[in-house]
Design a protein. Structure first.
Length: 240
């Protein structure tokens, strides 16, 4: 949201106002389809006409005015932010990410048994078939849930059922419960997108699962089941 407010400080065709400054931003956000649903308030100084507040003749130049953001849909397409009242075309997007072999890694294991390995990092969400020795499903976190943050008070999260047959990918907000989630068939790779309801019971990765991964980059990332080692991205189609 701060990026949008800073973007509004620049003149663009069709824009009737320019922010000169802003402060005291209070905002909440959640991910729904391919947009952020944002609500909140902010104090701004501006030049031009900022409906429904008025123009600089109504609000003296140089003074802050409180603006309610209400509930808006925020999108970023090709580096351009748009904020609208309408949800527009809603798209649920799960696509493989663009990766390079020299990208650094930080892996969070989500599930493992004798057949499947499920893991994620800032670089994406993956299902690896241990029998076939290849990745059978991959999702770009940025396109799916709008962020590559995987730790902290908000970000992308993954939950897998106790039997490994289904998993969820969703954005968890800093406050409240997630609104929407992808539910993915771990074997078929098919998925649905709908209102969030937590998988129960869910798999809880043991601490020792983290130690089964090794390698400083994606091209070198490997996993061992204790008997065999798997180079996870050996057959990946690298970007570029």
């Amino acid at each position: 949201m701060t990026e949008l407010l800073n973007d509004l400080k620049t003149e663009q065709a069709g824009r009737t106002f320019v922010l000169t400054d802003w402060k005291n931003l209070s905002v909440s956000a959640d991910r729904v389809y391919d947009a952020w649903v944002v609500a909140g308030d902010v104090e701004v100084r501006y030049e031009g006409f900022l409906s429904p507040v008025g123009d600089i003749g109504t609000v003296p130049q140089g003074e802050y005015v409180s603006v309610s953001l209400g509930e808006r849909y925020l999108r970023n397409e090709d580096g351009v932010y748009t904020l609208s009242l309408s949800a527009g075309e809603q798209r649920a997007i799960l696509e493989p990410p663009l990766l390079a072999p020299d990208m650094s890694v930080g892996v969070i294991p989500d599930y493992a048994d004798d057949e499947l390995l499920i893991f994620h990092g800032y670089f994406g969400l993956f299902i690896y078939d241990l029998k076939a020795g290849k990745i059978t499903f991959a999702a770009d976190l940025q396109k799916a849930v709008g962020t590559t943050i995987i730790q902290g008070s908000e970000g992308a999260a993954v939950r897998v059922s106790a039997d490994g047959n289904a998993m969820q990918l969703f954005y968890y907000p800093e406050q409240g419960e997630p609104k929407m989630a992808y539910t993915i068939d771990s074997h078929a790779g098919s998925y649905t997108y709908g209102e969030y309801a937590p998988i129960d019971p869910s798999f809880s990765p043991p601490d020792e699962l983290y130690g089964r991964f090794s390698g400083p980059t994606l091209g070198e990332l490997s996993y061992t089941d204790g008997q065999k080692s798997f180079l996870l991205f050996a057959s990946w189609d690298w970007a570029g």
